[in-house]
Write a protein that binds this ligand. Sequence first.
Ligand SMILES: C=CC(=O)SCCNC(=O)CCNC(=O)[C@H](O)C(C)(C)COP(=O)(O)OP(=O)(O)OC[C@H]1O[C@@H](n2cnc3c(N)ncnc32)[C@H](O)[C@@H]1OP(=O)(O)O
Ligand SMILES: NC(=O)C1=CN([C@@H]2O[C@H](COP(=O)(O)OP(=O)(O)OC[C@H]3O[C@@H](n4cnc5c(N)ncnc54)[C@H](O)[C@@H]3O)[C@@H](O)[C@H]2O)C=CC1
Length: 332
Amino acid sequence: MESTKTFKALRVNEEDGKYIRRIEERQLSDLPEGDVLVRVNYSSLNFKDALSCIGNKGVTRNYPHTPGIDASGIVEASSDSRFQAGDEVIVTSYDLGMNTDGGFSEYIRVPADWIVRKPKNLSLKQAMVYGTAGFTAALSVYRLLAAGQTPEMGPVVVTGALGGVGAVAVCILNHLGFEVIAATSDLNDGEEALKKLGAASRIDKTETDDQSGRPMLRPKWAGAIDVVGGNVLSTLLKACQPMGNVTCCGNIGSGDLNGTVYPFILKGISLIGIDSQNCPMALRQKVWDKLADEWQCENLEEVTVECNLEELDTYIDKMIEKKSRGRVIVKL
Ligand SMILES: C=CC(=O)SCCNC(=O)CCNC(=O)[C@H](O)C(C)(C)COP(=O)(O)OP(=O)(O)OC[C@H]1O[C@@H](n2cnc3c(N)ncnc32)[C@H](O)[C@@H]1OP(=O)(O)O
Ligand SMILES: NC(=O)C1=CN([C@@H]2O[C@H](COP(=O)(O)OP(=O)(O)OC[C@H]3O[C@@H](n4cnc5c(N)ncnc54)[C@H](O)[C@@H]3O)[C@@H](O)[C@H]2O)C=CC1
């Protein structure tokens, strides 16, 4: 009975060295083994999905494949006593959408250990407005605070501030009383949106891309949340004030990290790595609870678009071109 039920999913096929996206009809028996079958209500688009769509083998080894590292939905069947049919759940990261068929699909089947209970005052839709990007922003802020960063120390820079992680980071930091400096790739773009998100000021990308070759610079900020990597991350470390903290979650610019030890040994700067994929469940649930409650971002809807599976294609292309804006959620 179950195996004959059909549903829609966005599949990426490898054909003559090209990666072709198509909406295909699937059967529940096509899904991987797992404890919990979830009817997906919403998914969202993240940079890792764009990498999966273009055949990045560090993300997805084998095709055909269904991307989508995020899903929120309702449990349809469970062989694990922690979850029952009708439960509202969030599934993000672990292997979802990487080498396990992901959330760009009306159904997913996953291990129970990957599932977060949806906080009560967050809807299935709001959960995906945050998605992995928002969770990663919240985890970055959580780690900054845990390292001792306070608003009194001075402004915090957020790079890629018009993108998914950046936009949510700006919102949360502003909410917590930090002065936020937004760094974007194009200073002529998104002024109103960034103001609404809570950025106090903006800087040109040259200010986070130092070309002087000097090991340290005059302090310009007290901390940073970086999604770009490469020379931008090195610059954020070099121009951070003593005892500041810099988080690193992304490689949108580059996966390289060059620099010297001097920011660390002469100014006590801390570089904090952020990994949402393997974040332990207890911390994961705690961060989701914060997003649902004291860190809730009111203005995110302004930079969020909702689309269906058919319309998602265009947004994937934009993300591949690194021209993505805010969050894209997918209604299934
Ligand atoms: C939502 C999250 C994100 O967006 S994160 C940013 C998006 N992710 C990426 O861009 C990463 C994509 N991955 C890659 O590009 C590559 O995997 C690489 C550049 C990181 C490394 O490539 P390489 O070909 O040199 O090595 P392998 O992929 O074969 O891996 C070597 C070694 O490292 C282990 N490893 C790889 N990825 C992970 C991981 N995510 N977590 C833990 N360990 C990882 C891998 O198992 C290999 O170990 P081995 O013992 O040799 O099997
Ligand atoms: N470590 C982790 O657990 C996670 C890592 N990430 C990574 O974080 C990065 C950002 O992810 P998203 O915000 O979802 O992507 P996104 O595509 O939504 O946003 C990225 C933004 O950065 C801008 N940008 C590109 N190059 C830039 C540059 N050189 N300087 C300033 N801005 C630049 C783009 O225009 C875009 O607005 C990606 O590398 C992604 O893989 C995302 C989520 C989790």
